[in-house]
Design a binder for this molecule. Structure first.
Ligand code: UD1
Length: 424
């Protein structure tokens, strides 16, 4: 298992180019199951979760080609055994995105229940309730969702809570349903709209994505398409915060500043200077950073996927910041590790109060999930001495060589192969 070694206190300066969004690329890959024509995707990030989705599609007998960096060609001529097994689903919850497309096109699907994960229970009850509303007969047996339906029929479905992959799954299924489907209380995340763009290129009739009500008029069949995945706003936000935590100056090229408004506004309130251009952002940290409260919320609110990184930043800001996590019930695993570095953080329920600035000291740390790990890397950049982050595979799920990008900005960071730790 690889680990990262970071020598802190280097000011970051420079520019990076952000790749495509993993959370848009995963549903886009699943969408290939809706047609027997090839779907060609560009700007797909070279991260572990994408490899896992590629393996799942290969398992389903999809012809999976990866002809060049960041480009994939997927052709689902037939799926004789529409089953997503536990071994693959447990690695990545987003595997459940195969459920809607499989049952819509092939009339049946068997997908393992993903179970909980480090950041909470994360059920898929809304995906299941929505598919049932489209006429799918669903049984839960032996840890699997068994779905059957000869022809899905359009229906109204109000999501009882705001979800991202829920509407994505339902939207894909509804493209091949008979009649109109209206999904209410949908997440307005840019990744949902990126999927809708791809589906429209494939011939689907979809309106309203980007708002909370999505209308889908079912069609007989979909065709192939080419599509370039939108830039990753979470990766962009992570590197802006890396710049801020080191008192640096970091430019992010190839992003969509409009998708990052809640993040850049917040960083400005903390005292950073932000320059916005059409496809790029430039952050210049001003001393001292000011603490500012934040609540995570569905888009266009502040994303839960940047909460951990922002908490690392607040350890270096003057004052106290109350960080409220409203999306997941257990997304503060990074707190204990940040405390071990010397951070002053107190958690009560869904609130964390961070008092700063506190000097952080490098130590050996354990990554627990994707974004928590990114926050530990940020803390390591600000800490004195050496920080070791173990279990880097969590970070590799969503960042393309985080150490390479940070080193390009002047960080002293390197990846080293697994145990044992050198004696302290
Ligand atoms: C997606 C993102 C993830 C992000 C999250 C919230 C992908 C691949 N992942 O995850 O990075 O952190 O949105 O922005 O796009 N819930 C239910 N029942 C359901 C579905 C969800 O109770 O059927 C709950 C979840 O437990 C959670 C909340 O709803 O508390 C939001 O979850 P959801 O938006 O569905 O998360 P994902 O789509 O899995």
């Amino acid at each position: 298992m690889d680990r990262l070694r970071i020598k802190g206190k280097c000011r970051l300066e420079g520019r990076l180019r952000v790749g495509g969004a993993k959370n848009a690329a995963l549903p886009a890959m699943a969408a290939c199951l809706l047609t027997d024509q090839p779907v060609a995707l560009e700007n797909v990030p070279e991260v572990r979760d994408i490899g896992t989705m590629g393996r799942l599609l290969s398992h389903l007998q999809v012809k999976v080609e990866h002809p060049g960096t960041r480009s994939w060609r997927l052709e689902a001529l037939d799926v004789p055994e529409p089953e997503a097994p536990y071994d693959l689903v447990k690695r990545m919850r987003a595997s459940v995105l195969c459920l809607g497309p499989l049952v819509a096109r092939f009339g049946r699907a068997r997908v393992s229940l993903p179970g909980g994960c480090a950041i909470g229970a994360r059920p898929i009850d809304m995906h299941i309730a929505g598919l049932r509303r489209l006429g799918v007969e669903i049984r839960l047996e032996h840890g699997y969702v068994e779905a059957r339906c000869a022809h899905l029929r359009g229906a109204q479905f109000p999501f009882p809570g705001v979800s991202v992959t829920g509407p994505e799954n339902l939207m894909m299924a509804a493209t091949l349903a008979r009649g109109e489907t209206v999904l209410r209380n949908c997440a307005a995340e840019p990744e949902v709209s990126d999927l809708a763009d791809l589906l429209r290129r494939m011939g689907a009739h979809i309106e309203g994505d980007g708002s909370d009500v999505i209308h889908i008029q079912g069609v007989e069949q979909l065709g192939g398409a080419e599509h370039s995945i939108l830039p990753d706003r979470i990766v962009a936000g992570t590197f802006l915060m890396a710049g801020a935590i080191t008192g640096g100056r970091v430019g992010v090229e190839g992003c969509r500043p409009a998708d990052l408004i809640s993040t850049t506004d917040l960083l400005e309130r903390c005292g950073c200077r932000i320059e916005r251009a059409e496809n790029s952002l430039l952050l210049e940290a001003q001393e001292p950073l000011q603490a500012h409260d934040v609540r995570t919320a569905p888009h266009p609110g502040f994303p839960t996927d940047l909460q951990a990184q922002y908490m690392a930043l607040m350890t270096q800001a003057r004052g106290s910041a109350i960080i409220t996590e409203t999306i997941f019930e257990n997304r503060f695993m990074h707190v204990a590790e940040l405390q071990r570095m010397g951070a002053d953080i107190r958690v009560t329920g869904r609130h964390a109060v961070v008092r700063g600035p506190t000097p952080l000291e490098g130590t050996k740390l354990m990554a627990t999930d994707l974004r928590a790990s990114a926050s530990l890397v940020l803390a390591g950049l600000a800490a004195s001495g050496e920080t070791w982050v173990d279990r880097v595979y969590h970070i590799d799920r969503g960042y393309e060589s985080i150490e390479g990008t940070l080193a390009g900005l002047g960080a002293a960071i390197e990846r080293l192969p697994g145990p044992p730790y050198p004696s302290a």
